[in-house]
Design a protein around this ligand. Structure first.
Ligand code: NAD
Ligand code: UD1
Length: 336
């Protein structure tokens, strides 16, 4: 298939480009580079053996996007472009709603005007809020999102479902990611956060590389095995392959389909720290801090629907995630 990849220069987008090309798909990237580096696409080119056509276009730019859509006949779009920092979204709600919702509305409109009504959307387990059931199935009701970032994901899911209800030509796959970490095993592409990382694994790797003195563990009094928060970490290469599998749902004219992309296993913060230390032979100093506002105790998926319907299952475990995160950070201490 010929795929438009919005946000393709980002962390998950760049890994997905590698897997799409390996599976024989043709890809074209649109990204405004607001949270990524052009070099990521050069590294992807190196890994796949050819250039990836790239357009530095903002998805809110209707004219720019229309030019790209006119120049190509896309079978589907995989839509990663968006802002994703939870804390920043609380500080700048308007910017988050305008970029994520405004941008996606323009994208959907330009797509339908060009007769491309197939989209795979990056959603998040955050839409479950504090989940009503664990492990979380897709039948679990959506919950209350404590921040504007999460709200944009939940609202965009609803918008796309309404559009599909009104126009059955749309095929929409909503992928609810759990916690993507790791990097391509080559160490050539990986996560490249700006400033102080918000998420656990990039913080751990920056401690390991000597950029930060210690990790703060946000709370050790949760009702979990060791008191620290439990999450479903998934290797970004497995997640990327989940997008290739999601195209199968589009090919089958799925209408609207929702899939959790996780491993189904929950690990605590201290499990991650200990596994990282064991696999990489590096000590990660840490101290216990207050709980982080908005955090929940436990969140992990039931991933059986994706396995049954898409034939997709995560292959990598926590050890490989820790190995590959460190391999990327060690080889690229300052990112791209
Ligand atoms: P990322 O920031 O690395 O990638 C997003 C890309 O979108 C960046 O390259 C950025 O420059 C681009 N972008 C942002 N706004 C744009 C706009 N208006 N026009 C064009 N390009 C724009 O983030 P990521 O981790 O690769 O996440 C990809 C998607 O997956 C996002 O939508 C994110 O919300 C979602 N998601 C991520 C996680 C995670 O833990 N990383 C979890 C759940 C969902
Ligand atoms: C966060 C976001 C979520 C988003 C996801 C992926 C919040 C409340 N949620 O999920 O919306 O989809 O990232 O981008 O921010 N931790 C520490 N010390 C740290 C960092 C994290 O102890 O320095 C702990 C957290 O308390 C949590 C676990 O590590 O228990 C994972 O945290 P993180 O990587 O930020 O992911 P989530 O909070 O699950």
């Amino acid at each position: 298939m010929k795929i438009l990849v919005t946000g393709g220069a980002g962390f998950i987008g760049s890994h997905t480009l590698v897997e799409l090309n390996a599976a024989g798909h043709e890809t074209v990237v649109v990204d405004n580079l607001c949270n990524s580096d052009r070099k990521a696409l050069d590294r992807v080119a190196e890994l796949v053996g050819h250039e990836i056509p790239f357009n530095e276009v903002d998805i809110r730019d209707r004219e720019g996007l229309s030019h790209v859509m006119e120049a190509h006949h896309f079978d589907a779009c995989i839509h990663f472009a968006g802002l994703k920092a939870v804390g920043e979204s609380v500080e700048k709600p308007w910017e988050y709603y305008e970029n994520n919702i405004g941008g996606t509305l323009v994208l959907l409109d330009v797509m339908r005007h060009h007769g491309c009504k197939n989209i795979v959307f990056s959603s998040s387990a955050t839409v479950y809020g504090d989940p009503a059931i664990i492990p979380i199935t897709e039948a679990c009701p959506k919950g209350h999102c404590t921040n504007p970032y999460g709200q944009t994901k939940s609202m965009l899911e609803d918008i796309m479902m309404d559009m599909q209800r009104a126009d059955k030509e749309w095929n929409i796959v909503l992928l609810r990611y759990f916690n993507p970490i790791g990097a391509h095993p080559s160490g050539r592409i990986g996560e490249n956060p700006n400033g102080i990382p918000n998420n656990l694994m990039p913080y751990v790797t920056q401690v390991a590389v000597g950029k930060r003195p210690e990790l703060g563990v946000f709370g050790d009094d949760y009702p979990t095995s060791d008191g620290t928060g439990v999450r479903d970490y998934i290797h970004v290469v497995d997640l990327a392959k989940g997008h290739v599998a999601a195209l199968k749902a589009i090919e089958r004219h799925c209408g609207c389909a929702i899939y959790n992309l996780g491993t189904g296993k929950g690990y605590s913060v201290l499990d991650v720290v200990k596994t990282f230390e064991k696999v990489n032979g590096i000590k990660i100093p840490y101290s216990i801090k207050q709980r982080r506002a908005g955090d929940i105790a436990t969140c992990y998926s039931d991933p059986t629907k994706a396995e049954k319907e898409l034939g997709w299952k995560a292959q990598y475990g926590l050890e490989e995630m820790c190995r590959d995160s460190w391999n990327w950070q060690r080889n690229n201490p300052n990112g791209y």
